[in-house]
Design a protein around this ligand. Structure first.
Ligand code: FE2
Length: 291
């Protein structure tokens, strides 16, 4: 029988990285961690009060074979894509974008007086879904329920279920849970993370420890990947704690990865590059309609 409370199996401090047209961010995990985080491919965190760290943004670029999940904590990110979506992702909003067979989009953080902060998570698609039609979900903060369990714990539920409340993002192949959890000083929370699922937590603010054998506190910016078990327990320190909590069903499929395109085989990457060269990459396109 596996220990029901999961221990931390590995910690990731995050590595300063320059991405897009020159955005300074911290990369928690990516290519080198395949298959540790399967079905998750990458987690970047943005956080800066210096516009020169983020204004260059992520101009028009392609994606194929993945879902990109952008969660903005502070500031604003303007976006547009070849499906005809365009708008602004503001503080508290989530964009859950399924690139499927191909999308070309841009993600441009806007100048703000305060901090610009947020996350981008890449969720892998199973082989059978990689060439499906792209789909876009734009959720405002109001669309995302916040659950209070009455014992010093609040969680915004983007995907999955917590406290009997299901998040608005449903029907994703790897059945993800995506929570933004806040725990009052000294309070404890137990989070479901069923056997066989990949589970990790990324600390945002405060401090606390995840039980189950490794009580050393997890500091803001640090990510804890959990070993086997069926749930995760967190006890907040004196300042309380806030963290992203993410779980999903692993795919156990080969990964062939080139930049923003993640497939199963190298010949699929070559084909994607050839299609980009020929202007045949985007299979589903809607013209941008002025409203
Ligand atoms: Fe992108």
């Amino acid at each position: 029988m596996p220990e029901p409370i999961r221990s931390i199996s590995q910690r990731f401090p995050g590595v300063p990285t320059i991405e897009g047209a020159g955005v300074r961010l911290r990369r928690t995990f990516a290519n080198r961690e395949v298959p540790l985080f399967d079905p998750f491919l990458l987690l970047d965190s943005f956080g800066s009060s210096r516009p020169e760290d983020y204004l260059a943004g992520f101009p028009w670029h392609p994606h194929r074979g993945i879902e990109t999940v952008t969660y903005v904590l502070d500031g604003r990110v303007e976006h547009g894509d070849t499906l005809g979506n365009s708008g602004v992702i503001g503080a508290g909003d989530v964009q859950w974008m399924n690139s499927g067979s191909g999308i070309i989009h841009q993600e441009m953080p806007q100048r703000t007086d305060g901090p610009m902060a947020g996350f981008q998570l890449w969720v892998n698609l199973p082989a059978r879904e990689k060439m499906s039609a792209p789909a876009y979900r734009g959720l405002t903060g109001r669309d995302i329920p916040e659950v209070s369990t009455g014992d010093g714990v609040r969680a915004k539920v983007v995907a999955g279920t917590f406290g009997g409340v299901e998040g608005p993002v449903r029907g994703i192949p790897v059945d993800p849970t995506y929570l933004d959890v806040r725990v009052d000083p000294g309070a404890t929370v137990e989070l479901p993370a069923g056997p066989g699922r990949t589970a990790f937590a990324h600390a945002i603010e405060g401090a606390g420890s995840f039980d189950g054998g490794d009580p050393a506190p997890v500091a803001p910016g640090e990510t804890a990947l959990f070993g086997p078990g069926s749930r995760v327990r967190f006890r907040a320190g004196d300042a309380g704690g806030r963290f992203l909590f993410v779980t999903g069903r692993p795919l156990h499929e080969p990964v062939a990865w080139y930049g923003p395109i993640v497939m199963n085989r190298n010949d699929e990457l070559v084909e994607a590059m050839r299609e980009l060269d020929r202007g045949e990459f985007v299979k589903h396109r809607r013209p941008i309609v002025e409203e």
